[in-house]
Design a protein around this ligand. Structure first.
Ligand code: HGY
Ligand code: MN
Ligand code: MN
Length: 445
């Protein structure tokens, strides 16, 4: 049994090894310039990674959990030390605002999220927050004051692991939600949306007040890991996102007839799990019939009553359908609904369908992509443009205000896993490009 001291030693050792691992091939001479510090970035990622560290050395900071809260409070300390004015809205979104030469101007925002999927990685979200803060640190060192206000932002519960939904913080800031729908949400422990907010010191009235006047924001830019293999195949450290796929999530309940596995003949069964299994398999063949960027996934399923010798009477599963184009995405949804109807007939089950989220795909304005291209070229990186299959808070804001995204190369394209990793060289080069991009946008009157 490890005592407290031993636990502390293990904790420090893990943190040191995370930093050591990132610093191992880091090119300090090339990349530690212009006030940007690779070691500070690595140390901050390590400190965040340590919050909610799982047995498999992944990150687990579910939305509105004490781990997400601890990560937010840690970033607030860094924000205060960097001289930012720190605030938090009723949705739990955290803002660190840097005073500008002209504070009457709409602000440039940059950041991401610090919540994670269960047993996720250490870069998804966290890197975007550390990157935005690193730009402030560099400006401080260079005594650069931006012409317009700049805000580092952490959005709450981006991943949606708490309520099978997602983007709750950014939706709260943009007012893009139906409160009566949110209030119906319950987490896996049966806690209501209101109770979960309260457990994090938040309230429904406060959540409603989080709606911000989006005219106060000129642009939001998010650095995020690619979570795919395009940059790795192109051998590039970072790239420009030209569009973000919009996700549609369904909760599907397959209602069959439970029965004894031994005494019930195979013929005439209404086995919810067999029906669900056929659906999951057939679903995986549908996306490439509509486009080469469409995807459809079942990653979560509950089997009831989940007994070895029981024919399953009910299966609840969650489908994630996406594409970067609304027409092909809707085409895929039509095919999925047709598949459900045929499964109902084939297996004599009744399938209840509930739409959980439906977020439109977002295109990034070409003028913004052009400025990002110049920022990349200026730092000696060949600019390429790539779509985001993953959803991001930029997708929520992007319906109403200009947004920009820079992707950082993901090793082996792995994400939402403890194996998720980006090299410090790639992270730091991207942050240099982010800084250049923001300084360019600051010049616009
Ligand atoms: O689901 C997503 O694409 C993101 O990781 N929230
Ligand atoms: Mn993310
Ligand atoms: Mn994610």
């Amino acid at each position: 049994m490890t005592n407290t001291f031993e636990k502390e030693v293990i904790r420090i050792k893990k943190q040191e090894s995370f930093v050591h691992n990132l610093m191992e091939n880091y090119d300090e001479r090339k990349n530690d310039t212009d006030g940007i510090s690779g070691h500070r970035i690595a140390s901050r990622l390590a400190k965040l990674a340590e919050i909610g560290l799982t047995e498999e050395s992944g990150s687990q900071r579910i939305g509105f959990s004490k781990e997400e809260r601890a990560a937010k409070e840690l970033v607030k300390v860094w924000m205060h030390k960097a001289g930012l004015k720190v605030s938090e809205d009723g949705a739990g979104n955290v803002f660190g605002r840097l005073s500008a030469k002209d504070n009457s101007k709409p602000a440039i925002l940059s950041g991401s999220h610090v919540d994670t999927v269960p047993n996720g990685g250490h870069f998804d979200g966290a890197l975007g927050v550390v990157a935005a803060l690193e730009v402030v640190e560099a400006w401080k060192e260079n005594e650069y004051q931006p012409k317009k206000p700049f805000e580092v932002v952490i959005f709450s519960d981006e991943e949606g692991s708490r309520f099978n939904s997602g983007y709750i913080g950014s939706k709260g800031m943009c007012g893009k939600y139906q409160l009566d729908e949110l209030i119906k949400l319950h987490d896996a422990n049966g806690m209501s949306f209101e109770e979960v907010l309260a457990s994090d010191g938040l309230t429904i009235p406060g959540f409603k007040e989080a709606k911000r006047n989006l005219n106060d924001i000129e642009l939001f830019v998010e650095v995020h890991i690619e979570q795919g293999k395009i940059l790795e195949n192109e051998n590039l450290p970072c790239g420009i996102v030209n569009g973000i796929a919009g996700p549609v999530w369904y909760e599907l309940t397959f209602n069959g007839v439970a029965g004894h596995s031994g005494s019930t003949p195979m013929v005439g069964r209404s086995d919810a799990l067999v029906a669900a299994g056929k659906f999951i398999h057939e679903l995986s063949n549908l996306p490439n019939r509509v486009s080469d960027t469409a995807v459809a996934t079942v990653g979560k399923m509950h089997i009831h009553p989940n007994g070895i010798n029981v024919i399953s009477g009910k299966v609840t599963l969650y489908v994630d359908i996406r594409d970067t184009d609304i027409k092909t995405r809707n085409n895929l949804i039509t095919k999925v609904l047709r598949l459900l109807a045929s499964i109902e007939n084939e297996f004599s089950v009744k399938i209840d369908k509930k739409e959980l989220i439906n977020i439109l795909p977002v295109k990034i304005e070409s003028t913004i992509q052009d400025i990002l291209s110049e920022s990349l070229r200026g730092y000696g990186i060949r600019p390429i443009k790539l779509p985001s299959g993953a959803g991001h808070d930029a997708m929520i804001l992007g319906e109403d205000i200009p947004v920009a995204m820079l992707f950082v190369r993901s090793e082996n394209g792995i994400s939402h896993s403890p194996l998720e990793r980006s090299s410090l060289n790639d992270c730091v080069q991207t942050i240099h490009v982010l800084k250049r991009f923001i300084e360019e946008i600051m010049k616009n009157v």
